[in-house]
Each structure stands twice: as C-alpha cells, then as structure tokens.
Write a protein that binds this ligand. Structure first.
Ligand code: ATP
Length: 253
C-alpha cells in the first residue's frame, strides 16, 4: 500500500556569488527586512542561503490527490523535487512507499543521444519489466506520443512539445502508485491536453496517490481532493480542495 510521509522538511540552497557580502547587500536593497530575515541567511561558510522549504509536514494515504498552490517562489517545485528524491532534505524526513512516477522535467532520466524507442526500453529495463511488458509499453507510448519516425531518432532532435509527449507517455505507461507532477505537463495543444487528461484520469484511478503543483484552479478542482497552500517555503493551509482554494484565491485578490 502506497504512502507519503513528510516530516519537518527543510531545504535550502546556497546562492553562489563571487562576493557574498555584495549579494547580501543587493538582496537587502531589493527586499524588505522581513523577507530577508525570513528567507535568506548566511551559513557558517559565509554563503548566502535561500530557504526554499521550512518545516513542511504532511502525510498522504492511498486515494488522496494532493494539489500544491502558492505564488511564484512559494516552494512547490522544490517540494515535488524532494518527493521525487532529486533534492535531499537539509533537515527533516521524506518517506515514500510505493512505485513512483514523476512528471517534473522532460529530460529527467532520459538520454538525449538515444532515440525515443531506446529511452523507452532503457526505462523499462530499469523498472525490471519483462520483454513482453516492454513491447506493450513501447507500443502504448508510440501510439500515445504520435512521433512517427522520430521514435527512432535521437531525443536531442525533438522539439520541446515532442519531448513532453514522449516523457508524458512513458511516465504514464508504467503505472505508478505515487504520481508526482508539475502542472506544465498539462500544457500543450488542445488535442494533447484532451488525450493527456484521459490518460491521467485512468492513471489517477490506478495510481494510489497523486501530487500535483498547479496555478490553474480548474486543474486543481478537477484532480485534487486536498490542497496545501504554500507561501515563502511554508505551509499556510492544508485541507479539502474547495475550502483551501477559496481561501487562497480570496487572499490573491
Ligand atoms: N536550485 C536552486 N538554487 C537556488 N535557489 C533555488 C533553487 N531552486 C529554487 N530556489 C529558490 O527556492 C524558492 C522556492 O522555489 P520553487 O521553484 O520551489 O517555487 P515554486 O513555488 O515552484 O515557484 P513557481 O510557481 O514560480 O514555479 C525560490 O525562492 C527560489 O528562488
């Protein structure tokens, strides 16, 4: 049974700069004192650090579909990346049980020198699938992505839309138990969105847990049963979709 358990998660990034003191001065000039003391700090190596997430905690059970909302820079992408295992916590703990599928970055886990077909095979082998299952996934992704002869050309020759179609098709072909997704995977031309939505609908029913970050209220309302509203790397509110969405949109006005 899949589960997600995040406890006291804190992540910060060093802001590399030739002269940390002048960067601090610049930041000090650009931001008010409260923002500076809240989000930026200097570590013991004199590096200026940006606190991307501070003390974030929540748990998810099977059937939960969590949406993350918040203004630009609130920490949504950092949280998704920490859940996908891309970022290590500075403090706290991230524990995921179940097969994870992440739609965060089209190039994640893909080799640009290999063709679409080879990338599919590689991912399937990595996931431990049998030859029969690999052939099924290959056929499924090929028909979903509709790349024609580009399936056999290196990924580096793909347009960004083609790369999204392949990454989306592949990530949704091997049914994950926990699906982690950035909203921009739902962007694209109208026919792609329609087909992507159908595929996600099947996946969301099959996947036990969905976590999606979005600025689009319609996606949030459609897909999520629960929302976390984040600001400045912290959880502001956590609860049922309609209640949190209403509070968030009212605060935005
Ligand atoms: N690799 C990085 N290096 C330095 N700072 C980073 C890095 N990634 C994120 N940050 C900082 O962490 C904070 C949170 O960023 P994050 O991208 O998680 O926000 P977000 O809510 O996803 O924003 P958006 O809605 O604009 O995508 C921001 O202040 C950002 O500048």
């Amino acid at each position: 049974m899949a589960s997600v358990d995040v406890s006291g998660l804190t992540i910060s990034f060093p802001l590399y700069h030739g002269d940390a003191r002048s960067l601090k001065k610049t930041l000090g000039g650009a931001l008010n004192r409260r923002a500076l003391s809240g989000r930026f700090a200097q570590d013991n190596r004199q590096r200026v650090m940006v606190q991307a997430l501070t003390d974030v905690s929540f748990s998810l059970c099977p059937g939960e579909r969590l949406g993350l909302v918040g203004r630009n820079g609130a920490g949504k992408t950092t949280l998704l990346r920490a859940l996908a295992g891309i970022y290590e916590p500075v403090k706290g703990r991230v524990l995921l049980r179940g097969r994870i599928g992440s739609l965060l970055d089209t190039s994640l886990g893909m080799n640009p020198e290999l063709s679409g077909r080879e990338n599919i095979r590689l991912r399937c082998l990595f996931s431990g699938l049998s030859e029969k299952a690999i052939a099924e996934v290959e056929q499924d992704v090929e028909s979903f992505a509709g790349l024609g002869s580009f399936m056999d050309l290196p990924l580096k020759t793909y347009s960004s839309g083609m790369a999204v179609r392949l990454a989306f098709g592949l990530a949704t072909a091997i049914m994950p138990q926990i699906l982690i997704m950035d909203e921009w995977f739902m962007a694209g031309d109208a026919s792609f969105i329609q087909r992507a939505e159908q595929r996600i609908a099947g996946l969301v029913e099959g996947a036990e847990i969905l976590i999606v970050s979005s600025h689009m209220p319609e996606i949030i309302s459609q897909w999520c049963t629960r929302l976390i509203w984040m600001e400045q790397g912290r959880v502001v509110m956590d609860g049922p979709t309609e209640e949190i969405l209403h509070a968030y949109l009212s605060a935005e006005q």
